[in-house]
Write a protein that binds this ligand. Sequence first.
Ligand code: MSK
Length: 655
Amino acid sequence: MEEKQKTVDQVMHDRMKEMKVETMYDRYQAQLPQCGYGSLALCCRHCNYGPCNIDPFGKGPKKGICGADANTFAARHFLRMSGAGTACHSDHGRAVAHLLVATARGEAPGYRIKDVEKLMAVAECFGVKTKDRKINEIAEEVGEMALMEFGKPYGTLLFLKRAPEARQKIWEKIGIASRAIDREVCESFHRTGIGGDQDYKNLTKQAMRVALADGWGGSMIATELQDILFGTPKPVQGRSSMGVLKKDSVNIIVHGHEPQLAEAIVMASSDPEVTNAVHATGAKRVVVAGLCCTANELLVRHGIPMAGHMTMQEPAISTGVVELMVVDIQCVMQAIVETAKHFHTKIVTTLPKAKISGAEHVEFSDEHAVDAAKKILLMAVDNYKNRDNKKVFIPGGAEPNIVAGFSHETIKYMLGGRFRASYRPLNDNIINGRIRGVVGIAGCTSPKVGVGEESYVNLAKELIANDILVVATGCAAGQCADGGLMIPEMKDACGAGLKEVCEAVGIPPVLHSGACVDNSRILIAVSEMAKEGGLGNDISDLPVAGVCLEWMSEKAIAIGQYFVASGVYTVFGTNSPVAGAPDMQRLLTSEMEELVGARWDFEKDFKKIARMVIDHIEKKRDALGINVKKERKLYDMAERRALERECKPAPSGHH
Ligand code: MSK
């Protein structure tokens, strides 16, 4: 039997083992068996009576010292995760809003407004006047309005209005329309403290409200305002593989989430002082490559190469060619400082709110972004001389070309054309069955599934073979890009219907839509599909689903919860975060459907997940009446004569 080719991840981990460089997989093994109480959400340490555990099987305690039961333990845990995830995406959004205001005021040299059309669209949604006003004036007010969304004392979030009316009514009816973003995060932590909210159903409702403040609040602010500042993604060719790092170049990796840092590094990389310094070292050029969601941001907007997804941060350093890894915030592992010690790589942190012991720190601010970026680049160039060529190992060298940059505007434009951009053609293709449905695959990569398992790649292949269009974000998108799925030629792996559509439009069947904050693009896309007509009135009517196979971050839980609260059936892999509390598990996986028309599922096996998602899509199609097969009617002779009589033209003068 032909041996399966090793993935880049696997090759690099073999290499790191050889070099005795510790990896996250080693540390994962060292943690096994992981704490059973923690895994089942049955450990509470919210107060110093604890830590309290609940024994789900034996005769041990069934309550904490305060009397809280398993459902309260699990629901509080779930709400805190949703709140923390929302805080991450939203604080990111707040930073972008500040940058927009600073740019509009001329206080952020180097940055400018790139997408005026989107600025106008957001201004309209925020009720900001645009007539006879300068672009910068409008941008300043839009930025300020966005900042108000975090702390306004009254009302609900402005972007909630973008959802179909039927969805907004559900949110209002059950009291989960999000108010100010900070208020929802703050209240979530208040309610989960000792002696607060102790009703698992009520806690889960707040988990919906805080998560909606992420998807339709912080994340949407981040995505939309980033598009205004850095450009809305359009189809762009890119490369994704560790092979984007070059032996003959100064390599700098930008890792984290907030694109303002990465954009500044890109701007400064062509500064003559930097290019001259590079040439003086004998290196050919400076390579800026992205990692994690920063990579997604750079890729979808500029086609800047992507070195890998989250679990590849240690392997990337272990290529021995990375002069410097500069990080901002989220999904950056403390371990990289130790990995870097085996090589010449410098680790540089940039934000006052995210430092790492042992890393160097160059403070980054909107006002001095390009100066800080230049300083960081020159540090990288200076470090080139310290590279140890004996340690250099870049796996593969194959650099799959990918086509990325599928914002919801792009999808609309590609399907409908510049002057009649709409979701009509997509809806029509779903109605006629060429496309059975759409699945968003989002989220993290995790050592829990094994080294280089390519679970997202396998799932996506299964889905496109069944005529399901896939939209990918975050590290799931990174894995699909590495796996070579984001090229138009992948049409040949599709079912006949999807293949026909991909061929006609010239799109890959797996669309890269950006970073994890960009799941907000999926919310807008499904809202527009519902509003376009022919597929019901609400998001929950659509034949769509969301999947996250290797969830890790609290952000993933917030995303899952806002997908479900928005009406999207969502399946998570590995394990349920509330598995030890049967009522809570039932609430998420069944009863939420009655509340919001969608629910969660948890399943380890990606093949089963593919089946679950396909079944769900077919169920929705049945409910919409678009799976009706016209039965072939065979007429007998008497019926044929009757038909002929009916079809004969009426005699003239007879009406
Ligand atoms: S980076 S949150 S591992 S998607 Fe957005 Fe990737 Fe998950 Fe971090």
